[in-house]
Design a protein. Structure first.
Length: 396
């Protein structure tokens, strides 16, 4: 009962953050610390750092997983889901509404504002690749591994190839970058859910990952195929929200569910809303679904892409103090992170550049957007608006 009494506080706090948290996962981590460590004192810095480290180690949307963990520590399982949904709600609603607008306009091939959003996506992904490469590929062996991953993704543009690239690079990392010796178990802090619940969460994660593709092929039902594709994308995203771009494209563009132009338009628009970048899935799911109730497709896609991250946090936190000191785990993560850089680099070339860049004016506009977003630190929503206007009036 005590946990239930905390639910209104949890919902209100995360809804507020969902409305104001611009700037991506790194900024979200800062917002969460200020709100829940400094102001509300739900936990101390050590417990918060422990949770952040876990969510950065796991695949999935790190900031949304942190929200899930914070909610679970405050209000149990109900608090975890309420925190996650409240944080996601503003951006998800905005992206679903945007999808309705795109669907109502019909053929958008000649829309200038749409082209402006594509050019904005070039700048966003270029900055993401640069920042992630600096952090995740600090030496030449990992840079070469990232380049190999990019080449594999371009030569094998299918959904399972992306998963295979990450797995292969993880195995290479296990052999090449395994830390010398283990640091030993470290005392866990913060959340302590039961081990039975944790094991059940991990079992459900694995079962869904293995059985959804079988169910999709056996049933032939489009909603099952959509849930399967978005679940696998959410289960394999290492390194931040931008990495979902190549994984989702490989799921929705080849089957013809969404064309590349509409895909990039939604990705560009997602930069202009607060909250998690994974709300982009709500846009795609809404476009995939047809009819006046197409928002149901958006909700289905959102549930599918967030579910693996939630299950992994709930399932691994009780064992995190045993895992995080293992040298083999650090090696696997080093290889997987190099693959992440390569996949994003491949996506930067195709479809981001191939779809958006038509002439020298587009190159100049993308460079200007990168300057605004990077050194000048102009808010993303403002840059996206400027680029949409530029596409409508200057780049046609």
């Amino acid at each position: 009962m005590a946990a239930l009494r905390k639910l209104p506080e949890i919902g209100g706090a995360f809804l507020k953050l969902g409305l104001i948290s611009f700037g991506g996962p790194v900024a979200h981590i800062g917002y969460f610390r200020k709100e829940f460590v400094e102001r509300r004192r739900w936990l101390d810095d050590a417990a918060y750092a422990d949770l952040v480290a876990l969510c950065q180690f796991l695949p999935g949307p790190a900031s949304s997983q942190i929200a899930f963990g914070l909610g679970m520590g405050r209000g149990g399982l109900a608090g975890a889901f309420l925190a996650s949904v409240s944080f996601l709600l503003p951006s998800a609603a905005a992206m679903i509404l945007f999808a309705y607008r795109v669907a109502s306009l019909g053929d958008l091939n000649g829309a200038g504002w749409l082209h402006g959003l594509k050019v904005a996506a070039v700048a966003v992904v270029a900055l993401a690749v640069t920042a992630m490469a600096r952090t995740l590929t600090p030496d030449w062996p990992r840079r070469f591994l990232a380049a190999a991953a990019a080449a594999a993704a371009l030569l094998l543009p299918v959904a399972f190839a992306q998963v295979g690239v990450i797995a292969a690079c993880g195995l290479i990392g296990l052999a090449a970058w395994r830390a010398q010796g283990d640091r030993g178990p470290q005392d866990p802090v913060g959340l302590r859910p039961s081990h039975a619940w944790a094991a059940s969460s991990l079992l459900l994660f694995v079962l869904l990952l293995g059985l959804l593709p079988v169910a999709s092929r056996w049933s032939g039902a489009k909603p099952v195929a959509v849930f399967d594709g978005f679940y696998r994308a959410g289960a394999m995203v290492f390194g931040g929200g931008h990495v979902v771009l190549p994984l989702l494209r490989s799921e929705v563009v080849p089957p013809g569910w969404v064309d590349d132009g509409s895909f990039l338009a939604g990705y560009g628009a997602a930069q202009a809303v607060p909250g998690p970048l994974f709300s982009f899935a709500g846009y795609l799911g809404t476009l995939i679904q047809s009819g006046p109730l197409r928002w149901i497709g958006g909700v289905l896609a959102l549930l599918a892409i967030f579910l693996p991250g939630w299950l992994l946090v709930a399932g691994t936190y009780p064992f995190w103090h045993l895992l995080r000191g293992k040298g083999w785990a650090q090696g696997v993560l080093a290889g997987a992170n190099a693959a992440v850089v390569g996949l994003l680099l491949a996506a930067f070339y195709r479809p981001v550049c191939t779809e958006a860049i038509r002439d020298a004016r587009d190159v100049a506009a993308a460079a200007a957007a990168a300057l605004l977003l990077g050194p000048l630190r102009v808010p993303p929503w403002a840059v996206v608006g400027v680029m949409a206007a530029a596409g409508q009036w200057l780049l046609r």
